[in-house]
Design a protein around this ligand. Structure first.
Ligand SMILES: [Zn+2]
Length: 489
């Protein structure tokens, strides 16, 4: 294969052992098809072909009114289809904004999105994506690529100048023969604490996130007296888990270097202790803490680790908890640790994707009916996750269902008119808001939700958890009645 920017060039002639070696237009390397001009069209086409094959298998087993449960389809989509498409996304992500490639991805995704929300096949991509609660594939490709680069330390717009926390290299860990066995005991109450307390020093550690601020603290005791405290500050984007680990790490350092005698280290975070215990966990703070504990062991110091139940009235733990909250709220010191957790990076990337998706959804020519119910895709993304979107609700939210106006549009019914008035189209909005056929159950609805029902008020009704449930069951009833009526004709 020849890769060059030149427009005019001569193909090189290669001979080996008297045999001409032919040039090829593309090569497949580790499952990625690389073409001469780096367009990645061939790769996307092959990936889409595989995804479509999955779709055909699914289509046999997942129909609108019978077959695989949408939740099963969702699992298949998230666990199989997306990873197949996103494979090596960081390589070909720059190609994803080309119209041709976007079209290919859209075709693949539309089918799955329709299956996920059990929509009619005429439903547009924008509607189906919104109701299925999934993001457009091209945005997902970019998300995957951005996350990969952020993890590799390439600066990203989403996270500004923060440095992503990187796991320590396995090469920096000690040889498996040099691993130390770390055990921790679980203490549930004061009696167990007293029974296990035979150390010269006890260090209670805790991390805290309060009002969006993060802090950690150590409280060092000798016998029944607190001899020293240490407050640690972390930036707001850090997690409690990081704060807990940082506190344990500092306690380990203190035990290994500053304190002479046996030390007990107490934490109420099981996950932090488990990370510390597991030699394969490469969190930088855990690796550092293990290093201190190993040093202490070499010096023949006795250091024991304990998990203690939080909020069980244990004095040292309550004190550390109080100090950690103070550290979070009041501390003005320089941050003791500022590794940006991957969860924060993921959230920031998702936020940007949602904004872009929202812009596309709002400006789109399709999904007109869906936009009446959900004018904003970001809000919808949050609400849809809490809703049970079945095929009837999908008919309501898309306007594609057994309504005369829709049936007429696709030449399945002669007249688009409603039974109440032939001159009025039987659309979903007419049925929900105006049609006198359903005035009785509509009265009941209005009684219950105490809100006005008109085109403009629907998003507000859906935004409220209580009125949403009542409104959706009203919609279901209306649609079932109308479906029944239109089927009978
Ligand atoms: Zn009517």
């Amino acid at each position: 294969m020849v890769m060059t920017r030149k427009l005019k060039y001569d193909d090189p002639r290669l001979r080996m052992g008297g045999v001409d070696i032919a040039l090829s237009g593309e090569i497949k390397l580790l499952g990625l098809i690389i073409d001469q001009k780096l367009t990645f069209n061939a790769h996307v086409a092959s990936v889409c072909k595989r995804a479509v094959a999955f779709y055909h298998q699914l289509a046999r087993a997942a129909k609108v009114s019978w077959g695989l449960h949408p939740e099963v389809v969702r699992i298949i989509y998230i666990a199989v289809v997306e990873p197949v498409v996103l494979y090596a996304a960081s390589v070909w992500a720059p190609a994803v904004d080309k119209i041709g490639i976007r079209k290919q991805l859209n075709v693949v995704q539309r089918g799955f999105a329709q299956k996920l929300c059990r929509a009619y096949r005429t439903v547009s991509l924008n509607s189906a994506l919104l109701l299925a609660g999934i993001l457009p594939l091209n945005l997902r490709v970019r998300e995957a690529a951005t996350l990969y680069e952020a993890r590799k330390g390439v600066p990203q717009r989403e996270i500004g100048d923060r440095e992503v926390e990187r796991m320590s290299s396995a090469f920096c860990s000690p040889h498996p023969a040099g691993h130390i066995d770390l055990e921790f005991k679980c203490l549930m109450n004061q009696e167990q604490l007293v029974a296990n307390n035979d150390h010269d020093f006890n260090i209670y550690t805790d991390g805290s996130k309060i009002e969006g601020k993060v802090g950690a603290a150590l409280s060092i005791w000798s016998g029944a007296v607190e001899t020293k405290t240490l407050k640690l500050a972390l930036p707001a984007y850090c997690t409690v888990y990081q704060a807990e680990l940082l506190a344990i790490c500092r306690a380990a350092r203190m035990a290994a270097i500053n304190l002479a005698g046996s030390v007990g280290i107490y934490s109420d975070s099981l996950s932090a202790l488990q990370t510390l215990q597991n030699p394969k966990a490469l969190h930088p703070l855990a690796v550092e803490a293990r290093g201190f504990l190993r040093d202490a062991l070499i010096q023949n110091k006795r250091i024991s680790l304990f998990w203690i139940k939080a909020h069980a009235g244990l004095e040292g733990n309550e004190r550390a908890d109080h100090l950690a909250k103070e550290a979070a709220l009041k501390s003005k010191r320089k941050f003791d640790y500022d590794g940006c957790p991957v969860s924060f990076v993921k959230r920031s990337i998702r936020k940007r994707s949602l904004e872009e998706w929202n812009g596309r959804y709002r400006a789109g020519e399709t999904a007109g009916v869906t936009r009446i119910f959900f004018p904003d895709a970001v809000v919808a993304y949050r609400i849809i996750g809490k809703m049970d979107v079945d095929r009837i609700i999908t008919q309501v939210l898309t306007g594609h269902g057994g309504f005369s106006e829709y049936l007429h549009r696709f030449e399945l019914k002669e007249s688009p008119g409603c039974v109440c008035d032939e001159t009025v189209d039987e659309s979903i909005l007419h049925l929900l808001i105006d049609c006198p056929q359903h005035s009785r159950i509509r009265e009941d609805l209005l009684q219950q939700i105490q809100m006005e029902l008109c085109r403009g008020s629907i998003p507000a009704i859906l935004g409220n958890t209580k009125s949403r449930q009542i409104f959706l069951s009203f919609c279901s009833r209306v649609v079932r009645i109308v479906n029944e009526r239109n089927r009978a004709k």
